[in-house]
Design a protein around this ligand. Structure first.
Ligand SMILES: Cc1cc2nc3c(=O)[nH]c(=O)nc-3n(C[C@H](O)[C@H](O)[C@H](O)COP(=O)(O)OP(=O)(O)OC[C@H]3O[C@@H](n4cnc5c(N)ncnc54)[C@H](O)[C@@H]3O)c2cc1C
Length: 419
C-alpha cells in the first residue's frame, strides 16, 4: 500500500486524509501541534459559504484597505515595516483586484463551494454529527444604504449563477431569525450557506480517521524539510528523524509556503490574521449565522455559545494580539444587535488564527512543479473551512491519478513559478 504523509492536521489536512484513505492509501498525518490549537481551523467562524463566489482580490479592496490601514480599530491592517515577500504579495494582489479576475474566478469558486457543501452533508452524517450542520443559510446585514445596494447587485448575480439569495428589509429579516434583535436597514439571505462548530467537527473527523486506520503523529515534531528522491519523497522532521514516503501532501496552512520553497517552488502566501471570541452565555442566541457587513464581523451560533470573529491583519504570522482590533470587533456588535453590550466581551479568551492567503484569492491545489509526488493543498484564505471536503476529494483524486471531478487548472500551485 503506497504511503501518503500529510503535513498539517487542520481542516485541509484532515479532509485530505479522509479521501486519501478512502482511495486505499496508507495515510500518516503529522502536525507539530497536538490538538490543532495552533491551526486556523479551530477558532474560525464555522461558515460554509457558497455566498463567497467573489475572490478576496476584487475591485475596491485595495482602496478600502488603504483607508482602513490608518484606523486603529478598523477590521483591516497591513503589518509595518513590510517584508519583501509582503511587498511582492501586495503587488500581485493589486494586479488581480479587477473585474476581469472576478469574472474568471466566479465559476470555479461557485463550483468548489457548492460541491464542498454537498460533501459536508455526507461527511457530517458519516461522522455521526449530521445534526451539527445547521442548514439555515447566512444573513449579510447592513446599516448603510450604500453597502446594502452593492450587496443587492451581488445577490442578483448570485441568483443568475445558481446560488440562492433573497433581499429583505428588517421585517423580513425578523421572520428569518426571530431569536435575535437587530438594528439594521436590511440584508441578504444566502440560503445555500450553512454553519457548524469547527473544533467539534475536527474532533469527530480525527476520531473517524483513527477508526479508518489513519495514523497520527501530533504534537511531537513538525516537518523540517522535504526532498524529492526518484520515486519517493524524503521527509526530515524537526527532531532530525528521516523517513521515505511515496507521496507527501502539504496542508500546512500559512506555513505551506516554506515547505514548497524546500522543494524549489515559490508560492506567494501571506497570513491574514484574524481574531474570535465566544460568548458562552449570550443575551440572545441567533439561529442563523450572519456577517455584520460594514464592520466585517462574523457571528455564528455554535455548540458552545455564540462566536464573533473578524479582522484581517496582513503580514507574516506572529502571535501578537492587537487589542485595538479586538476592541473594534466588540464595539461594533451592539450597533447591529442592540441587546449585546461591548462589556459582554470583557475578559473573554481571544483566539487568533492565520488565514493562508494567496494573492489572487484562489487556493493552491495540485502537484508541485518538478515534484510529482508532492501535492499542495493550501492558500484557502477566508474559505478554508468551506472548501475542506472538496479540497480533500481533489487531493484524493490527484494521488490516485484519477481525473479531477472539477477543473483545477486555475488552482495550480505553480501558477507563480517563472519558466
Ligand atoms: C477569524 C477567522 C474566521 C474565519 N472564518 C471562516 C469561516 O467562517 N469559513 C471558512 O470557510 N473559513 C474561515 N476562516 C478561514 C479558515 O479558518 C482557514 O482558511 C482554514 O482554517 C485553513 O485551514 P488549513 O488546514 O489550510 O490551515 P490550518 O488550520 O492553519 O492548519 C495547518 C496546520 O499545519 C500545521 N503545520 C504547519 N507547518 C507544519 C510543519 N512544518 N510540520 C508539521 N505541522 C505543520 C500547523 O500546526 C496547523 O495545525 C476564518 C479565519 C479566521 C482567522
Amino acid at each position: 500500500m503506497a504511503r501518503v504523509t500529510i503535513v498539517g492536521a487542520g481542516i485541509i489536512g484532515l479532509c485530505s486524509a479522509y479521501y486519501a484513505r478512502q482511495k486505499g492509501f496508507d495515510v500518516w498525518v503529522i502536525d507539530r501541534d497536538a490538538e490543532g490549537t495552533d491551526s486556523c481551523s479551530t477558532g474560525n467562524a464555522g461558515m460554509i459559504v457558497p455566498s463567497h463566489f467573489v475572490p478576496l482580490a476584487a475591485p475596491g479592496m485595495v482602496s478600502m484597505g488603504i483607508k482602513m490601514m490608518f484606523k486603529a480599530k478598523a477590521p483591516f491592517a497591513f503589518k509595518f515595516p513590510p517584508t519583501l515577500d509582503q511587498i511582492l504579495w501586495s503587488w500581485m494582489f493589486m494586479g488581480k483586484a479587477d473585474p476581469e479576475h472576478v469574472a474568471k474566478c466566479e465559476t470555479i469558486l461557485r463550483d468548489l463551494n457548492l460541491e464542498s457543501r454537498k460533501l459536508y452533508e455526507a461527511m457530517a452524517e458519516d461522522l455521526g454529527i449530521g445534526y451539527q450542520l445547521v442548514q439555515r443559510g447566512l444573513l449579510m446585514l447592513f446599516k448603510t444604504q450604500k453597502a446594502f445596494s452593492e450587496e443587492k447587485k451581488l445577490a442578483e448575480r448570485a441568483n443568475e449563477i445558481g446560488i440562492n439569495a433573497s433581499v429583505h428589509d428588517l421585517d423580513g429579516l425578523k421572520k428569518i431569525d426571530p431569536t435575535v434583535t437587530m438594528n439594521v436597514i436590511g440584508g441578504v439571505h444566502f440560503e445555500d450557506d450553512c454553519h457548524l462548530t469547527p473544533h467539534e467537527f475536527l474532533a469527530a473527523l480525527r476520531k473517524k480517521l483513527r477508526e479508518m486506520g489513519v495514523h497520527f503523529d501530533l504534537g511531537t515534531s513538525g516537518v523540517n524539510s522535504l526532498t524529492s528522491v526518484q520515486d519517493k519523497v524524503e521527509v526530515t522532521t524537526e527532531r532530525g528523524e528521516k523517513f521515505d514516503s511515496d507521496y507527501v501532501v502539504i496542508a500546512s496552512g500559512v506555513w505551506s509556503k516554506a515547505l514548497a520553497k524546500q522543494v524549489g517552488v515559490g508560492m506567494p502566501m501571506m497570513a491574514g490574521k484574524g481574531y474570535s471570541m465566544t460568548l458562552s452565555n449570550p443575551v440572545e442566541t441567533p439561529t442563523v449565522c450572519s456577517l455584520l457587513m460594514e464592520a466585517r464581523v462574523a457571528v455564528t451560533p455554535m455548540q458552545n455559545g455564540v462566536r464573533f470573529g473578524g479582522t484581517m491583519e496582513l503580514g507574516e504570522p506572529d502571535d501578537y494580539i492587537n487589542m485595538d482590533k479586538v476592541k473594534g470587533i466588540a464595539e461594533s456588535i451592539p450597533g447591529y444587535f442592540p441587546n449585546f453590550k461591548e462589556s459582554d466581551f470583557e475578559g473573554l479568551p481571544i483566539w487568533h488564527g492565520f488565514r493562508p492567503c494567496s494573492p489572487d484569492g484562489l487556493p493552491y491545489i495540485g502537484k508541485l512543479k518538478g515534484n510529482p509526488r508532492v501535492v499542495m493543498a493550501s492558500g484557502h484564505s477566508m474559505m478554508g473551512l468551506s472548501l475542506g471536503p472538496i479540497t480533500g476529494m481533489l487531493v484524493g483524486e490527484i494521488l490516485a491519478g484519477e481525473d479531477s471531478s472539477l477543473p483545477i487548472n486555475q488552482l495550480s500551485p505553480n501558477r507563480y513559478v517563472r519558466n
